[in-house]
Design a binder for this molecule. Structure first.
Ligand code: NAP
Length: 295
């Protein structure tokens, strides 16, 4: 049996579905029985609770041969790093106390640094915690920026007719679909063929610039001239707060964009066949176009 955190989220849901398709027994972990109901109907055992609670999580991992772990992203969090640390401690305690032997932990490109990378600093902190565990094999997956982040841009396109961010328009960024992250996680959770603490990047099929991604998305939604506009950091942070981000998260978001611009967040492995994943942004853009049309 394989336990999956964040089972209603962007990667976790696909991990649960992939494992069930492969005939594995799955324990899907989330906060709400209602949101987990579809996965229960598909055959998953569900566990409902708060993943900051080490006791709950320990019981949810107990008896599992492997677990998929992540720290959910919360743009409204005030004191994000401390909140992530609380959940990170709970995850680490649960791994140790449950005795689960293999863990696939969602991390991020840039987690090598630990300073000046916005929300990714928390991924670094979590890798440090997981590295200290003994008697468990941990695979830290370090994906690039999710294609799915572009769902958040759709309202901006609808209301302002542009895409805007702090990242330089021509800066190449590794971007990857969560489908490919889930596929890599499912394969590893089933194979359990690594020892100790191992890191693996997942970089998508090629690096993309914001200019290029905006052009591909624009073409798909019938706006081939859709512009990408680079905003000053303060202006971007203000827009994020207006859109519901906490002040802290807006600051961290902008810090990450500047870290991309300045090369602080970048692949340390370099692109290889093993970290190059198949789904192209062009393939994914249809999902964005459908969501845009439905707005
Ligand atoms: N976005 C990117 O470009 C990117 C790139 C690299 C790495 N990452 C990392 O990816 C991680 C997020 O992964 P994801 O997108 O798959 O997850 P997610 O969609 O942010 O969250 C997963 C699920 O966690 C559940 N959840 C939230 N708080 C919870 C709590 N206290 N207890 C139990 N469940 C809770 C939520 O489900 P319910 O609401 O149904 O409870 C949510 O659906 C973050 O650590 C982020 O740093 C992101």
């Amino acid at each position: 049996m394989i336990a999956v955190m964040g089972a209603t989220g962007r990667t976790g849901k696909k991990v649960v579905e992939g494992l069930l398709r492969a005939g594995e027994k799955v324990r899907a972990i989330g906060r709400s029985e209602a949101s987990l109901a579809n996965l229960a109907r598909a055959g998953a055992e569900v566990r409902v609770g708060d993943s900051s609670d080490a006791g709950f999580l320990t019981e949810a991992f107990r008896g599992a041969s492997a677990a998929y772990t992540l720290l959910p992203y919360d743009p409204r969090a005030a004191g994000y790093r401390a909140q992530q640390a609380r959940m990170g401690e709970a995850v680490t305690t649960a791994i140790r106390e449950s005795g689960v032997g293999h863990v696939v932990a969602l991390s991020s490109v840039g987690a090598d640094r630990g300073v000046g990378t916005g929300p990714i600093d928390s991924m670094h902190d979590q890798e440090v915690r997981l590295r200290k565990l003994t008697g468990v094999n941990v695979l830290a997956l370090r994906p690039g920026s999710f294609f799915e982040n572009f769902f958040d841009v759709l309202p901006v396109i609808r209301h302002q007719g542009l895409n805007a961010d702090v990242v330089e328009p021509g800066r190449p960024v590794p971007m990857v679909g969560t489908r490919d992250i889930a596929d890599a996680a499912v394969a590893a959770l089933r194979a359990r063929d690594w020892k100790g603490f191992v890191v693996r990047e997942l970089l998508g099929p090629r690096d993309l610039t914001y200019d290029e991604a905006t052009r591909i998305l624009g073409e798909r939604i019938g706006q081939p001239e859709l512009p990408y506009v680079r905003l000053p950091p303060d202006e971007m942070a203000g827009a994020l707060v207006q859109g519901g981000f906490s002040e802290d998260m807006a600051r961290l978001y902008v810090e990450l964009a500047e870290a991309l611009n300045e090369g602080r967040v970048r692949s340390v492995e370099g692109r290889t066949p093993a970290n190059t994943t198949p789904t192209r942004f062009e393939d994914f853009a249809d999902e964005l176009a459908r969501a845009y049309a439905a707005m």
